[in-house]
Structures are given as C-alpha cells and as structure tokens.
Ligand binder design. Structure first.
Ligand SMILES: Nc1ncnc2c1ncn2[C@@H]1O[C@H](COP(=O)(O)OP(=O)(O)OP(=O)(O)O)[C@@H](O)[C@H]1O
Length: 334
C-alpha cells in the first residue's frame, strides 16, 4: 500500500494442523486455518480468543517451533529481519540462530520453558545473550546487572536456580533475558497468566515500559481481554482457528462487530453492574471436524443460510476495522 511502512511481520493465509494417525485412522486438527495479519514496527498486537482457539499453535508456527504432529500446511510468515524464507520453520538453522534473541525473543507462560531448570540464571544469559552481545565477560556481566535493575531484580538472582525464585521474579528475569539484546520483535504468550493480580500488573507495566524504550514490536497472546485492554494497540480475535475480527483495541471495545467479539466484550465484568451475563449457547467446535462455512455459525444469533455454506472473508467494515461475518458486512453495505 502506498505510504504504508513495511510491517515487521506479515502472516499470509497460514494453515497449520496437528496430523496424527492411529490404527490407520488419520486425524487432522486444523488449529490454524487461513490466518492473515500484519504487525507494525513498534506496536503491541494482541491476539485474543478463548482456550483452544489456536493462539498457541499460531505463535508456534510464527516462532518456527514446528515439530510433529504439528505441520505448517500452507501460507507464509515473513519477518522483515528474515526475508526470503516464508517462515522460521523453513529457514536454515544458522539463520534462525542469527535472529533468535537478537531480533526475535520470547516471554512464555511460567518462564520455565525458557529458563533451564538445572542451570543458574547467569548461565541462561551466557547461553542466549552473550553470543549476540559479545565483549569481555566482565563487561557483559555489568550490562546484565544494569539490565536486571530495570526489572527491579538484584544481581544476586544471577547465582540462583529458577526454582529458587518466586513466579514474579522468574518472569522478570525472563523479561530481562528477552530484552537485553534489544530485539525488534517479542512474542509474549500468556506472560502474566500464572501470576497473582498485583504481580501481574507490575510485570505488564515492565513489558510496556521496556517495549517503548527499545521500540520493539510485541505479539501479545492472552485469553484475558482486560489485559489486552491495558497493553495492546491493536487486537486480533481468534475463534476456532480463524481470525474473525481485527481493529485498534479501543475500537474493538467501543464497537465490536462480530457476534463472537460482542459476546467476549459483553461478558467482561464491570464495576457496579451485577446483572447476570448472558451466556453463549453451545461449545467451540471440534477442530478435527469443524462445521462448514463460518465456524461460529452453530452458536451465532445472527446466522443466515449462507453462513453454513461459505467461509466469510475478512473485510474492512469500518476504517482499519476488519471483520469476517456475512451478517455484519451485509448490513454495513445496506
Ligand atoms: N499436540 C497436539 N495434538 C493434537 N491437537 C492439539 C495439540 N496441541 C493442541 N491441539 C489442538 O489444537 C487446537 C488449538 O489449540 P491451541 O493450544 O493452539 O489453542 P489456544 O487458543 O492456545 O488455547 P490455550 O489458551 O488453552 O492454550 C485445540 O483444538 C487443541 O486441542
């Protein structure tokens, strides 16, 4: 698009499945099915959706963490700092090693998947960050200590094993590790979900402060819409493996268009409003055998005949506000 700065991440028509075969019966769980979106430089893009909507699978595919039974079936994932491969899963290991931590880093739920449980915190900094930062060990250690202070951790944590730290301290150590190389892009998957509310607020504040300081882009994944309300610049809503709505966070909360997003927003608790919330009939579909057409149609209050036959495309229904819904896009055009 003329005048638009090149996005740092472009995901195009990505499809990823868990493919298994048991007793000769093939099973294909289509966890990510035709997802397209972009993340701009310096923005926090929030990915929302209930459990099993495919959020983790989508970021596994984006991060190149693709091993059986997960397969990327089609589509592409392009980072501006890794051009030409169509995804980390297709790039040679040396290229992946070049960008990991330096250009692309991770903060995951529970942090144990990043911090090695049998190595001291110091060793994780040496393993992941030192190859990119270089210099003398003494200089590096000074840099690490200064960076730990930014997330209000004392240098003594370097000698600790992960299990010796509280959940909040571990997550702050992971955040320091993920930001010390000043990466262009950070993937954060439910980074505060396991923490209590006070610590959660503190860690969220640190993530946004560091993100602003570094100028990194963040793909922030959580099912918790109130966390998105605080951190995300734009929001993508997933349902049953598909992206169904996307807009600036304030716009999604003010003007949700997809019936599923409306349900998500209206079911949020509000201070002083204790009227009973209206539930949604039914359950999300089985992704090994999803319904034809729009995957939300069996539960949708606006469902029409076309919804069970055709997959609605993501269409810009309002400026910079995309939604995949025949009912919404029809009424918009009327
Ligand atoms: N190893 C696996 N083998 C088969 N199916 C899987 C596997 N891992 C996940 N799935 C299925 O893929 C779908 C998407 O799961 P995914 O974990 O990506 O969702 P999610 O939105 O991240 O949910 P949560 O927040 O609970 O992690 C679900 O139907 C899930 O059961």
């Amino acid at each position: 698009m003329v005048g638009e700065v090149e996005p740092i991440l472009s995901v195009r028509d990505l499809r990823a499945s868990y493919r298994t075969s048991r007793f000769g019966i093939e099973r294909d769980v289509r966890a990510v099915d035709g997802v397209s979106f972009t993340v701009r430089r310096g923005e926090i893009y929030g990915l929302a959706g209930e459990s099993s909507s495919g959020k983790t699978t989508l970021i596994k595919a984006i991060a190149g963490a693709v091993k059986p039974p997960l397969e990327v079936v089609s589509g592409s994932v392009d980072f501006a700092f890794l051009p030409g491969y169509g995804g980390l899963h297709r790039a040679p290991p040396a290229e992946v090693a070049r960008i990991r931590w330096r250009h692309l880093s991770y903060v995951m739920q529970g942090s144990m998947s990043v911090l090695n449980p049998v190595r001291r915190i110091r060793a994780s900094f040496y393993d992941f960050a030192y190859p990119h930062v270089g210099g003398s060990r003494a200089q590096f250690e000074q840099q690490v200590i200064a960076h730990l202070a930014r997330v209000r951790l004392d240098s003594s944590v370097l000698a600790a094993y992960p299990h010796e730290l509280s959940g909040g301290m571990r997550q702050r150590a992971t955040l320091a590790l993920a930001t010390i190389c000043r990466p262009d892009f950070i993937i954060a998957d439910e980074p505060t979900t396991a923490l209590d509310v006070v610590v959660q607020k503190e860690v969220l504040g640190m993530i946004t402060d560091l993100q602003r300081e570094i100028g990194a882009s963040v793909l922030f994944v959580t099912h918790d819409m109130s966390v998105h309300a605080h951190v995300a610049d734009r929001l993508g809503i997933m349902y049953a493996g598909r992206l169904i709505e996307e807009a600036a966070t304030a716009e999604i909360f003010r003007n949700p268009l997809h019936p599923y997003t409306r349900h998500l927003i209206s079911s949020l608790p509000r201070i002083g409003d204790d009227r009973p919330r209206q539930g949604l009939e039914g359950a999300p579909p089985n992704l090994a055998d999803p319904p034809a057409g729009c995957r939300f149609h069996p539960r949708c209050p606006l469902a029409m005949e076309v919804c069970s036959r055709e997959v609605p495309a993501m269409i810009e229904a309002a400026p910079a506000h995309r939604v995949a819904c025949f009912a919404v896009n029809r009424s918009d055009r009327a």
